[in-house]
Design a protein around this ligand. Structure first.
Ligand SMILES: NC(=O)c1ccc[n+]([C@@H]2O[C@H](COP(=O)([O-])OP(=O)(O)OC[C@H]3O[C@@H](n4cnc5c(N)ncnc54)[C@H](O)[C@@H]3O)[C@@H](O)[C@H]2O)c1
Length: 435
């Protein structure tokens, strides 16, 4: 089976590496030449655990990296589309990458007798495969879906920070489409690759909605536990982690995705919830709960600001340290990271900021330049600080000791993830979710 993957972000590159290691003949295509050059040398353009090793191995085996769309479309049986579908200014999806890639694949299809199965894996709102991708492919190729090529939608559920493991072992494979021949091709591929992972077969729009339904439930869990955490904070002696231990044992709730914090970020939930809200409005629905989840998440950063203001009173001219910049640990992803929102808010209030992160520093430097100081170690970050805010639950931060805190000008900790052991800490300690 020859496979092409268009778009080498975390989704596409992880898939390319996993398939390459398993000796599928894979061509990974990206339009960004700098990215392609870096990937060809065996280095991932972003940090993702296990990816660099996998990439080097896959390149030695059967992964080829290219910018040449024509060769991929001519040679391959399966073509996965994993380009970005970012948020537009209005909140809905920006389809430009998707339209462009469909045009390129369509034109390449017009020049070959090959009839591959094309699989949209990017997250798209219901009817996009049918109403946007299909007409472009048909127009540019001058061929019909079902005869000239197959077209399916197959969402991805990976998490940044564990993208490789999730790609190797997804919890489900959803195949959306109408043409039974292509569905059989992808179903067989999924069974070969993922063995016992359940496969759900449905039509395009249901498959597209499944991805959004999935992310809506995850966002709801996070939104609810953050709200409970905010209640705990106003109730002296209450601890949200004890609440979670108990409710997590109720099998109807489960204990995953119940980590209270400064709000969710990253490249998926913050854009997917507004996209579903916008889509629902476009079909005459008023998604009250989704709107509330989105609003409550947008405001959660204010809880961090309140904790800081309650602790140090005036922010203006204070030396504040932010520990953790990526939206989650084991990632250098700063898209929609709450730390970035916090930096902007604190700068507006006149704070003097020092930031630290084990892997996202360079991405943040590109945004803020010399407006903030970039620490080379946790100790360096704490030196002379008047308040340290732990934002991302990197393991390194849970090892901060009283000796490290001695470096601070004022020992004041705001722990949005409850990583530190408050009773043994020689510092004033405030945490999200602890009253
Ligand atoms: N990041 C995640 O954890 C995750 C999880 C589930 C679903 N998704 C969805 O998967 C999709 C991809 O996400 P991502 O984070 O990997 O995206 P990304 O934005 O990080 O990467 C997309 C890549 O596509 C490339 N590209 C754009 N146009 C192209 C073209 N015409 N031809 C070839 N390459 C092109 C870009 O250069 C970029 O490298 C999105 O729809 C996203 O919502 C992402």
């Amino acid at each position: 089976m020859r496979v092409a993957i268009f778009g080498l972000g975390v989704v596409g590159l992880s898939l390319a590496c996993v398939l390459g290691i398993k000796r599928y003949s894979v061509i990974g295509i990206d339009s960004d030449r700098n990215k392609v050059s870096k990937i060809r040398t065996g280095m991932s353009p972003f940090y993702e655990p296990k990816l660099d090793n996998m990439l080097r191995l896959a390149l030695k085996k059967s992964l080829e990296i290219s910018t040449d769309c024509n060769v991929a479309v001519k040679k391959c049986d399966l073509i996965f589309i994993t380009v970005g579908t970012p948020q537009s200014e209005k909140g809905n999806i920006n389809f430009e990458q998707l339209k462009r890639v469909a045009e390129e694949i369509g034109i390449a299809l017009s020049k070959t007798h090959n009839s591959p199965t094309i699989i949209v894996k990017s997250t798209v709102t219901p009817r996009v495969t049918q109403d946007i991708v299909k007409p472009i492919l048909e127009k540019k190729s001058n061929k019909k879906t079902g005869t000239g090529f197959g077209l399916l939608f197959n969402p991805t559920f990976i998490r940044e920070g564990s993208a490789i493991d999730d790609t190797i072992k997804p919890h489900v494979n959803v195949i959306g489409g109408y043409d039974s021949k292509s569905i059989r091709v992808l179903e067989k591929f999924c069974h070969e690759l993922y063995k016992k992972t359940p496969v759900i077969i449905t039509n395009y729009q249901t498959a597209e909605l499944i991805k959004y339904a999935n992310n809506s439930f995850l966002a709801a869990k996070l939104g609810l536990i953050n709200e409970i955490a905010n209640i705990c904070q106003s109730l002296p002696g209450t601890n949200v982690d004890d609440v979670v231990k108990a409710i997590g044992l109720d099998p109807r709730i489960g204990n995953l995705f119940l980590k209270a914090g400064p709000g969710y970020g990253g490249s998926c939930l913050p854009k997917d919830i507004p996209a579903l809200i916008s889509f629902s409005s476009s079909i005459g629905k008023n998604p009250i709960i989704l709107k509330a989840i989105h609003r409550s998440n947008t405001f959660q950063v204010k809880s961090v600001i309140s904790l800081i203001e309650n602790a140090i009173k005036k922010i203006d001219d204070k030396k504040i340290t932010i520990l953790g910049l990526s939206f989650k640990e084991q990632s250098d992803e700063i898209r929609e990271s709450v730390s970035i929102k916090l930096i902007n808010l604190l700068l507006k209030k006149g704070a003097r900021l020092t930031v630290h992160d084990p892997s996202a520093i360079e991405n943040v430097r590109m945004l803020f330049g010399n407006k903030i100081r970039y620490a080379i170690s946790i100790k360096d970050a704490l030196k002379q600080s008047q308040c340290a805010v732990i934002m991302t639950p990197w393991k390194e931060y849970s090892h901060i000791t009283n000796k490290d805190l001695c470096l601070m000008k004022k020992r004041m900790i705001i722990d949005t993830r409850r990583l530190l052991d408050a009773p043994n800490l020689d510092a004033e300690y405030h945490a999200i979710g602890i009253g």
